[in-house]
Write a protein of this length. Sequence first.
Length: 105
Amino acid sequence: MNATYGFTATMTALPGRGDALADLLLTGLEPGSPASSEHCVLYLVSRSAADPDVIQVTEGWTTEEDHHRLFAGEAAKALVAKIAPLVSGESTYTDLVPVNGKATF
């Protein structure tokens, strides 16, 4: 499947909580979690090289509708509720239109 919708989310963890935030975001790949869906074709959690408390998530989805549908579910709501107490300030989001690329982990 190809991605037709994507975004990056950049968030800053509370001081010293970057590891905990990155680990929690990676649970989004576990079975039953939104990123484990066949409609999520890219889910990349990265950290800033300069500040380990700055975390970025890059996602690619088959469609924007698939993303919104899955994130309206209970599993996504539970994950977001766990993330919120670890984040300092507002997260920034940038919508993307995937063109092409490669992801091998």
